[in-house]
Design a binder for this molecule. Sequence first.
Ligand code: SF4
Length: 577
Amino acid sequence: MSMNVDTSSTASIEAELLKFETEERKRLGLDDNVIKQHWYDPVPGGFTKDQREHTTLLVSGLTMAQDLFVQSALRGLGYKVQHLDCPDNSALRYGKEFGNRGQCNPTYFTVGNLVKHLSDMRDAGMPTKDVVNNYIFLTAGACGPCRFGTYVTEYRKALRDSGFDGFRVMLFQQQGGLKQATGDEVGLDMGAPFFLALLKSLLTGDILNALGYRIRPYELEKGSTDAALERCKKIISSALEESRSIWLAMLRVRLEMSKIKVDRTIPKPKVGIIGEFWAMTTEGDGNYKLQRFLESEGAEVDVQLVTAWLLYNIWEVRHDTKDRMTLREDDAGKKGLQGMDAWKRLLMLFGAEVAVRSVFQTFANLMGLHGYVLPDMEQVANVSHKYYDNDLRGGEGHMEVGKLILNILHSKVNMTLSVKPFGCMPSSGVSDGVQSYITEKFPGGIFCAIETSGDGAVNVQSRVQMMLFKAKQSAIRESEQALQKHGMSLDEAKSILGKVPFVGHSLFKPGHVHGSTAADMIELAAALKNPLKAIKNKLTASKEHKKVVEKVAPASSVKPEAPAVELKSRESLRILA
Ligand code: SF4
């Protein structure tokens, strides 16, 4: 402010402020007389059919098994494909060096992983122009609302700054099929075989992972599950790559997995991992190898499958379609969604959900994953809406909240662990804010939220260990209480189970009653000892359980009530007024 302003005069101050504003607007190009030039990110060239011969698609972003199967399935369709390694801490360093400041942790890991891979090729002697011209990165993307929507811009920025200007990135849109974010021309044939190949890779990968997490904690011979899993990966990937029968491959997987010897009567706490999608799915430094760490500490891990994410996406589109059907003015059409038959869309979504669930269950039963229940997305939405609005998007949305509530209500696990990446906008609000409220409202559960930043692994692991101690006690208590309830000793339970050959099989899954598998095995022993009493107990327990769930989320509610958070803020506004 210039010194000749009369600070006692409002008019003089206003005049000085106006002068300053005019100068600043001019300097920043906001002057109305200046033609506005918006920032523009140039789009590198597309991918055409004639480039297929010399172009390799790089894929990454899911679990190691799924990345491998996607590679094989697309190779089976005639593409040159290579999957990247699981992102590690050196990928994080590349991401931090070439990425923008203030990104979320998964952005740094995934962007850095690509830059690292390309840099390694360049360091090995490949000319930069060959890297740019002969490789394309294929990954998942979305319109946001969190940083997921800006991933492609981040990739371009980091690629430019690391010397790979013009490198092409293709996005697999969560809700819009596949499109080239880098141009209109599409070099991939996105017909039914392409999507079928992707679906097969995702589902078989999910099922194989779930089998591994279910069996490994109880293996009698250390390392036998991992060895079997490696053989299974080879079986599935070569079937996909050589376009041989996937059905036969799945049966061979079943055979391999059934060779593992297990003892499921050892009480182990079951830990459900929830949280941000990438951070809970990755199996490397991005979450401090959390799944393996938990197993090494004596836990059984329950991971969220990628199939659940597909179901969540279907739910989102269905929910939004139903909402928009009631809009008239805003959506211009008589019933909203102008130019589109909303009922037809809902029917298609219903068909998509039925197809995903049926194919999953068929594959799962063939491969030996029996009794796996995919989440009911309507139930997840109903139980969580009161605490986190179903219309809030980004990250896992309300799903993370719903899963914690259901884990507690249904005694699905002994402990729920939420993975929150450093710098994640949606996950921070949920893990630090809403979930604290949930644990207050549903005090029966053991909940632990951890932040993944790439460093401070020891701090995170010791925090997990502390909570795991409680979960271990809970698992032991469950088994003891089950034995007490049925008036049995552990030896008696073991001897009953020992007489029935199939219950000791690696692919066997006892019916769900408690959080831990060992307690479920005791329930099974009791049921074998006294079947009639077991049926009666089950009926009573299921009636009581239904009552509890109905209280939390009435099945009859067409539209759940407004979120508590919103009410709270209205109340505080009233107090302020
Ligand atoms: S959910 Fe969080 S961690 Fe994931 S992309 Fe969005 S901001 Fe990043």
